[in-house]
Design a protein around this ligand. Sequence first.
Ligand code: SF4
Ligand code: SF4
Length: 475
Amino acid sequence: MRSAFRVSQPRPDQALGVPVSSSSMPVNDTTGIPSGSETDLARTRTACGSCYTWGQTTMDSGDDKSFLHEHREAVFRCVKCGACQAVCPTYQATGDEAQVARGRLSLLEAVLDGRLGITRGLDERISKCLGCMACERICPSGLQIHDIFLAARSGMTAARDSHRLTRQAVRSAARGSASPSSVIRTAGIVGEAVYNILPGSRLAPWWRDGRKRSLPPLGRKTFTDIAGDETSLSGARRRVALFPGCATNLVYPGTGLAAVKLLAEAGIEVAHPRTLQCCGLPFLSLGDRESARAAAEENLSLLTGLGADTIVTVCSSCALMLKALLPRLLGEEREDAAALAASVRDIHELLAGGELGAAGPQPAARVTWHDPCHMRHGLGMSAAPRDILAGLGGIEYIETGAGCCGGAGAFSFLHYDLALKIGRPRAEEIAAAGVDFVATGCPGCRTHLTDVLRRAGSDARVVHTAELVAGLVEP
Ligand code: SF4
Ligand code: SF4
């Protein structure tokens, strides 16, 4: 059983002169410490560098911290410079030191030191990290912050069984994405009926918040239902595999069809077997490493048996997962995983490199680009998509900045209000530009950005770049 621990030293405002939000904070029923303490711990460590004294405990919390051992050295390597504050969307939206990489790492230090247990407050602060990797890109200590927080989430999930219903829903949706559209349509009708009966729940906030948001319709034909397992081409000069990802397959089949059209026009044969699994990143983000590993193994085995020289992705999160996270998840000594990772290319790379070209008329329209965080910060690609769009005939390219939309996959379903707050400035700058289309490279951004744009009074349509280049977008 988890043992409670109590703060035995002066509070930060007494010990260090650090202001805290309230002098009469409620006590956390799980830990026995004031409920504001995670924020205070994050602030205090920051305020005083290594000489802080507040937060010494009389006993270890007793929680299993083994999930952090692999990252122990890295967690303590944060020099508290605060550079991450300037780029962190959750910090900018909340102003809360416990919701920036520095503060979150301070909390994990406290866990490793035995000053903080695996509390609900800690779980919430880690869960409210978007995983956008903006901090990792600028961190002068070179910390792999995304990996550390993913490990923390898996430890939290094991210790607290957090987001159980959400994890089950994501597992079902990911498995269901390989089902025929008749099954998906039926599931959609049943889901809608249950949705209208069940009240909102803390266990499944996306169920409650779904009523407020504009979501694309589900239950039409999936990409693999329309395209089958393969697009054969006589006299093809190359053969690649298209990894559509769950959201493209289920919600935006037009993106997959556009990719196939662009590849076929370039004389490239495409395999896209319906048995491909979710890339696994949604599982990892929810702390479910076991499901992520199982999906990675299945995809690895399927993709390596297709005789394809390249794995093409149309979702930057899938690309990040297959290129960078899959080998780390399965073990960096695995040669098959490393070979697969080396063969993955996002379709924007092929378009920018001239391997694929325009395959249809583009609308005469004002278009801007929205950077998916995993493309900009994870894959380090931001100029290429802009160049592709600016080079398309008929299109007037308008630059509108590079902020986060707040989507981040399951994040916007779990923390909808925060996701709206993060996305509002981005939506307002796009709305002010008066564009007709927003091109992007992530179906999650597409969904959430459409929602925040409607709230900002813009009717700009969010599409995938491949759809524009393939001439499949109607004016
Ligand atoms: S930028 Fe890196 S080293 Fe600096 S405070 Fe943030 S996480 Fe720590
Ligand atoms: S990954 Fe993004 S949201 Fe999370 S701490 Fe870093 S910058 Fe902030």
